[in-house]
Design a protein around this ligand. Structure first.
Ligand code: ADP
Ligand code: MG
Length: 700
């Protein structure tokens, strides 16, 4: 049913040069595809760059400004290899007629560096210039070329968000291959709009985005990105209208329940429900009891207690003889949910099972049987839950813990496993209601706007990195008092080698100070190593956990009271807020130490200021919109809206009305998408994963 012309784009990304199964798995973390689903070539094309390297900046050493990217011509003077022991890096000293520059390499291979940087020769090095005392240095230049190589360097290169273990060159090469696979597509935008906006065609827009000739080509406000964002908004609006036209009231199944199991659970809980939890549970309960299909969003900050609310809904479904499934975006989160739910649900005699992509065959068979014969009441898992071979006896409720990964629209497909099951989506993204309605249509919303009682406010402080010793002292004190500490090292896009090195170095340094008390999780570990580290942290054997953000710190450890965030200036507000939410989960006083590297830019300063001022997720979301409206590139991607890849409501908001009007017009003139433009619009719906709407048309 999918137009054939799209086949090359829907082919798995593993078909591209340089993308093997391992790289595909890494890509999976980066692209908005659920864990375990194979990323497609299309997913790569729709991954926007997170920034640009402008190699046209060609200062002399004397002119180079610390903190900027520069391409500098140098003469190599001397190699100073790293000492065999200790953590000092390999250094290469260089100069030009205006000054000297030191190149710094961690974990470097000497033979490689000797070849790349022969003493006495001229080379061009490109990377971030930094001040080190009164010296200038460049850590891991990302290009080292001679004059011939320089001539071949593109003047502007896009950079992409990275995930640990994934090299930038790999992504760039894959996207290059993806661009080559791009077929000619029919134009789905109207002639009027195209003429008025002076937009490039879809394919041309993708070319510009990924192979920019000028910075504007890959800018959020540039013509190329705006066109693609508008495509996405139009696909979304059109899908909403198509769905609405066909399913005015989707009838569901009334699952009234007896209240018995719910009561058993609430009685056994070690705490009383908050007012917001009770209100939300009642709203959900009423939906479940009614004969209409529920599609409800449960919004609440990290730590607001969404899990219990979901459990109460599941209990009600069980009371009326149905099963529930909870889907988490990653295996670690699935395990965490499984553990919590099993604990709470046992009081009611509910049987909970875990299903992930990594279970043993025999284990998996047992769970599948239990689901098929109805023995299991609640299934927790990843996408594995919705694999072909999994059947439920009577799936009545699907809960999706969303955490930015799945599009709202794609979830509809998941409900196919049951008899018109109800649907609850849990999210910690505080989306303002007006935007919610426009972007996602008529979803009901329950809000957990009240923290569990007894929680003390989290004291947040921003400190320059020269005060790291004070931070270490504070960490030591917290551990002495029996508390746990998270220490987050960021992943920066420019230089993944430096990042991994930075995390490991921090781990080594902290282990030297607190021997045997530190564990570490990062993206390069396999699941077993990750789990071991998390378990040691959870049960207190290692009360200090060093982590990179690529690792879900979505774990619930109430004893954690200190969150250290290194290079806090590199994070977006939403991400800082999410990270901070990992502490302050008990009645102990908690703190968040935002360690930054001066000098702070204006936006970064504003972000840290807001973090110190408030813990209110909705307020933070609003401020975030404002700041990002100001064109803050680095923070941008981290808090896009779930289900959208390119459209950034803060920046592209002005096109939302236009998209809605256009979608209405299409519905009035060609609601079955039959004409020539209709066919092109179907293509558009497929491209942005809104094809469930196309299926509705065909079903009549
Ligand atoms: P969320 O999923 O919204 O981030 P969780 O459901 O993981 O939050 O809950 C966070 C923590 O708060 C858990 O340890 C949970 O047991 C606890 N909790 C939930 N509700 C309450 C409550 N009403 N009173 C005290 N603690 C609660
Ligand atoms: Mg949660």
């Amino acid at each position: 049913m999918r137009p054939d012309v799209l086949n090359p784009l829907f082919a798995p990304a593993t078909g591209l040069d340089g993308i093997g199964a391992k790289t595909a798995a890494l890509l999976n973390r980066l692209l908005p595809v659920p864990e375990g689903i194979e990323p497609r070539i299309l997913d790569l094309l729709l991954l926007p760059p997170s920034g640009l390297i402008d190699r046209r900046n060609r200062p002399t050493i004397g002119q180079a400004v610390p903190g900027t990217l520069a391409t500098v011509e140098v003469t190599v003077d001397r190699h100073k290899p790293a000492p065999a022991h200790g953590r000092a890096p390999y250094r290469v000293l260089c100069h030009d007629e205006t000054g000297s520059l030191t190149l710094v390499f961690f974990h470097a291979r000497a033979d490689y560096l000797e070849r790349a940087l022969p003493v006495g020769e001229k080379r061009y090095v490109s990377g971030q210039v930094e001040a080190w005392g009164d010296m200038l240095q460049m850590v891991h230049p990302d290009r080292i070329v001679d004059a011939a190589g320089l001539a071949k360097l593109p003047p502007i290169e896009p950079i992409y968000p990275l995930t640990a273990g994934l090299k930038r060159a790999t992504i760039v090469r894959a996207i290059d291959g993806a661009l080559d696979a791009l077929p000619d597509l029919p134009e789905w935008q109207s002639r009027d709009v195209m003429a008025k906006m002076r937009w490039p065609a879809f394919g041309e827009a993708l070319q510009r985005l990924h192979r920019p000739q000028v910075p504007q080509d890959a800018a959020l406000e540039g013509l190329a990105w705006r066109r693609l964002a508008y495509d996405e908004l139009l696909a979304g609006q059109l899908a909403l209208l198509l769905v609405r036209a066909r399913t005015v009231k989707v009838s569901g199944v009334a699952r009234a329940g007896t209240g018995e199991l719910q009561a058993a659970i609430t009685t056994a809980l070690p705490f009383a429900l908050t007012g917001a939890q009770r209100r939300s549970a009642a709203e959900i309960g009423a939906d479940l009891s009614s004969g209409e299909r529920m599609v409800r969003l449960l919004q609440g900050d990290v730590g607001s207690g969404k899990t219990v609310v979901a459990l109460l809904a599941m209990a009600q479904v069980a009371e009326s003889g149905g099963q529930s499934a909870l889907m988490a975006p990653t295996e670690i989160l699935a395990r965490q949910h499984f553990k919590t739910l099993s604990e709470y649900a046992s009081a009611a005699g509910l049987k909970v099972a875990l299903l992930t992509g990594k279970d043993r065959q025999s284990e998996r068979r047992k769970v599948r049987e239990g689901l098929a014969n109805g023995e299991i009441d609640i299934a927790v898992g990843t996408h594995a839950l919705f694999q072909q071979d999994v059947a439920f006896r009577s799936l009545g409720l699907v809960v999706v813990d969303e955490q930015h990964r799945f599009g709202v629209h794609q979830r509809l497909a998941l409900t196919a496993k049951g008899d018109r099951p109800d649907m609850l989506v849990m999210t910690a993204t505080p989306i303002p209601r007006t935007l919610l309605l426009t972007l996602y249509g008529d979803m009901d919303v329950s809000k957990l706007d009240e923290k569990p009682p007894g929680r003390k406010p989290i004291a947040s402080r921003a400190l320059p990195d020269e005060r790291i010793d004070d931070v270490v002292t504070a960490v030591g004190r917290a551990m002495q008092a029996g508390n746990r500490v998270y220490w987050v090292c960021p992943l920066v896009e420019e230089s993944e080698a430096v990042d991994a090195a930075a995390a490991e170095e921090r781990f080594a340094a902290l282990s030297a100070i607190f021997p045997g008390r530190v564990s570490m999780v990062h993206g390069r570990q396999d699941l077993t190593a990750k789990q071991a580290a998390l378990a040691a942290f959870q049960d207190g054997r290692t009360p200090l956990l060093v982590a990179t953000t690529v690792v879900e710190v979505g774990v619930d450890v109430p004893e954690a009271t200190v969150m250290v965030i290194e290079h806090a200036e590199r994070f977006g507000l939403a991400q800082l807020h999410q990270l901070r939410g990992r502490v302050g989960r008990s009645d102990r006083a908690s703190s968040c130490l935002l360690v930054y590297k001066p000098p702070l830019g204006e936006t970064a300063r504003a972000r840290l200021e807001i973090m110190r001022e408030t813990e209110d997720g909705f307020r933070i979301a609003e401020e975030d919109l404002k700041l990002r409206g100001g064109g803050d590139v680095l923070g941008t991607r981290q808090s896009g809206f779930p289900g959208f890849r390119l459209a950034q409501p803060a920046v592209h908001l002005d096109m939302l009305d236009m998209a809605r009007d256009e979608a209405r017009y299409i519905m009035e003139t060609d609601a079955d998408l039959k004409g020539e433009r209709g066919a092109a619009l179907r293509t558009l719906l497929y491209l942005f994963d809104r094809d469930h709407a196309v299926r509705l048309i065909s079903a009549g």
